[in-house]
Design a protein around this ligand. Sequence first.
Ligand SMILES: NC(=O)c1ccc[n+]([C@@H]2O[C@H](COP(=O)([O-])OP(=O)(O)OC[C@H]3O[C@@H](n4cnc5c(N)ncnc54)[C@H](OP(=O)(O)O)[C@@H]3O)[C@@H](O)[C@H]2O)c1
Length: 337
Amino acid sequence: MGVNVPRIKLGSQGLEVSKQGLGCMSISSAYGPLKPEPDLIELIHHAINSGVTFLDTSDAYGPHTNEILIGKALKGGMREKVQIATKFGIIDLGGKMEVRGDPAYVRAACEASLKRLDVDCIDLYYAHRIDTHVPIEVTMGELKKLVEEGKIKYVGLSEASVSTIRRAHAVHPITAVQNEWSLWSRDLEQELVPTCRELGIGIVPYSPLGRGFLSVGPKFIQNLPEGDYRKMFPRFQAENLESNKVVYEKISEMATRKGCSPAQLALAWVHHQGDDVSPIPGTSKINNLNENIGALLVKLNLEEMTQLSALADMVNGERHAFMGSTWTHSDTPPLSS
Ligand SMILES: NC(=O)c1ccc[n+]([C@@H]2O[C@H](COP(=O)([O-])OP(=O)(O)OC[C@H]3O[C@@H](n4cnc5c(N)ncnc54)[C@H](OP(=O)(O)O)[C@@H]3O)[C@@H](O)[C@H]2O)c1
């Protein structure tokens, strides 16, 4: 196909990444049965060799196994070609989620991720969720020390409120904010995106394909295997599916008119949000990866963008199964308390 994947500056501190990344969560956890390790390593190598060098993982994916897989895939000269983004702070307590951002935890999590990835330095280290019991300045203080020690290069936040982002940025520059952003999840546009732009922070949209819905429609939901955590998501429940499937149908119709796939159209909408945005679609398949790279060639005019943006008004159900852990609930206590 020969798409030249552009490079962009993410944030204002010097990090350069591919304009599209690879979300690695679902190849080790969360979405259905796993493929054999050699196939997954081949997928990661194919991404890197195609110019998709921004790899997104977390210690929570697996947990741990996704970082180990990436560590294995980066052996033999691949490390220098990629930007590794990983995250700390989510601990799965058997269905219940604990969030940690205290300094001792942050340090221990970073050391453990470095070991699993088998690298000397993490390029971009995110707080995966905000620990609302710890002032964000305290969490950031430890992250700043990790930067000074050379263990991480840049700092990011995922699902953080405007106030948390501003307070964190005052301690040490935030390079990227990672949040769900797709044509059916636009809650960040009013406040979070303008704040990131004002502060020179890059934006990394996660689940840009609506966890698969915007690329294949409701049919994947009928056959979700046990353990696929999308079963819990409000938008995929029967009572919401009837209206939500219209969103997919509209995307599909426009994609047919434009001669691209629904996945490419949905991703192109995200790419058109700006040059400070690098979405990280997840896939376990080389063919889908190639298709997603092809989204970089899809051009949308203002009218098409407006039509696609309006689809979010038709969506039924919250975007996340755990809204209590998203940016709307991420303010932390003041430093003095
Ligand atoms: N910060 C956070 O809290 C957070 C939360 C969720 C996700 N993330 C990150 O964001 C990444 C992406 O999110 P996501 O995986 O939840 O959702 P997504 O990227 O919106 O969708 C992934 C799903 O779409 C399917 N897909 C991908 N390309 C396709 C194509 N061209 N045609 C048809 N189907 C296609 C994949 O299936 P196949 O495998 O069959 O291609 C997979 O089921 C994750 O890997 C993770 O790194 C971060």
